[in-house]
Design a protein around this ligand. Structure first.
Ligand code: NAI
Ligand code: MG
Length: 358
């Protein structure tokens, strides 16, 4: 298959981990006889420096024409004092909005070799392998009014959703579950919030379209507790924007390092922007210390969710798993023994294991 991928390296370690992911994709294309073409565009602080805006029009245009987008990270101290419209994060928020990326998928997998790197007990996180599906463009973070009132003595935020916005994210979660362990946990606060009661109705309606998938409703406070006391009980968690924001950060504790966590943000058509969860890590930028695995695992999500190349996605994921099992680790991974490697060496290890696996 032929696919065109736009790379948005961004700032700091963004370019280091993005080129690592590109190398992995190139090796994979060779193995599977695909043709992947790449084009790099500016976003974030480096785009502000070059074009005077964190999201140049040509970047948006290129993304619209691409089959998928792979982003590194944006931001850094150099731009911290910039006015809001010239801040690097503005580029990221704008591209998500421009491309209508309403579905945020964050898989959280406890890699066996990293179990001890988590502050949680090994037996608790063992066998945990879950996917958080978070609504990304609605709810409390976008509702209006959102303002101070009465001379600043009162304040209001608004949690608003269209039924159609709930349906499309819930459907996305069921589709994902159908390809996994076939269980959806819908998280809400239906004992208190009217929006959550509608959310539950929508889940009950959509579930009839997926007879193979079982469903459970869970209140968000209970879910927060169970996520760290019994994470293995979850397969797919689907929830609205703010609950998903909080739960996905909580769940990241299961993996041991920020450098391991990939994410996908997708629109209605299955088009997506893929990026590691971590930031631009200015403290280690330019030193070849960055862990490229979150970016490489993000590329695997691209293969799975936008290109529908499940076998290829699994090949990348098992190469990552094997590299860890063989003791390769970057400095951020608290692994005793084994071999500490730099960004390029970790990338090469993944590529050679990916080829060996055929
Ligand atoms: P960060 O994720 O960049 O770094 C936090 C810590 O984790 C640092 O010590 C860093 O060295 C380490 N780290 C992160 N990713 C790593 C990797 N792949 N390999 C090895 N170590 C890694 O978060 P921080 O320091 O809060 O933010 C730095 C900049 O990144 C800020 O300008 C922030 O706004 C931006 N940022 C951007 C994001 C994005 O583009 N999606 C997300 C989060 C932060
Ligand atoms: Mg967050």
């Amino acid at each position: 298959m032929k696919k065109h991928i736009v790379l948005l390296p961004g700032d700091g370690i963004g370019s280091e981990v993005t080129s690592a992911a590109q190398e992995v994709l190139e090796a994979l294309a060779e193995e599977f006889d695909h043709t992947f073409t790449f084009e790099s565009k500016d976003i974030g602080g480096s785009a502000v420096d070059k074009h005077g805006t964190p999201l140049p029009q040509e970047t948006t245009d290129a993304c619209r024409k691409a089959d998928a987008v792979l982003l590194g990270a944006v931001g850094g101290p150099k731009w911290d004092a910039n006015p809001p419209h010239l801040r690097p994060e503005k580029g990221l928020l704008s591209i998500r909005k421009e491309l209508n990326l309403f579905a945020n998928l964050r898989p959280v997998q406890g890699f066996s070799t990293l179990l001890h790197a988590s502050p949680l007990k090994q037996e608790v996180i063992e066998n945990s392998d879950l996917l958080i599906v978070r609504e990304l463009t609605g709810g409390l973070y976008f509702g209006t009014p959102s303002e101070r009132r009465n001379n600043g003595t009162s304040v209001v935020d608004t949690l608003a959703y269209e039924r159609s916005e709930m349906e499309r994210i819930v459907r996305r979660a069921f589709e994902a579950a159908a390809l996994r362990k076939k269980h959806v946990t819908s998280v809400d606060k239906a004992n208190v919030l009217e929006s959550s009661r509608m959310w539950r109705e929508v889940v009950e309606e959509v579930k009839d379209e997926y007879p193979d998938v079982t469903v459970e409703h869970m209140l968000v406070d209970a879910a927060a507790m169970k996520l760290i006391t019994n994470p293995a009980q979850f397969d797919v968690i689907v929830t609205e924007n703010m609950f998903g924001d909080i739960l996905s950060d909580e769940a990241s504790v299961l993996t041991g390092s920020l450098g391991m966590l990939p994410s996908a943000s997708m629109n209605e058509t299955g088009f997506g922007l893929y990026e590691p969860v971590h930031g631009s890590a200015p403290d280690i930028a330019g030193q070849a210390k960055a862990n490229p695995l979150a970016a490489i695992l993000s590329a695997a999500l691209m293969l799975r969710h936008t290109f529908h190349m499940e076998q290829e996605a699994q090949r990348v994921e098992s190469a990552v798993q094997e590299a860890l099992e063989q003791g390769y680790h970057t400095g951020d991974l608290n692994v005793p023994g084994g071999q500490q490697v730099n960004t390029q060496q970790m990338t090469e290890a993944v590529i050679s294991l990916l080829k060996a696996d055929s």
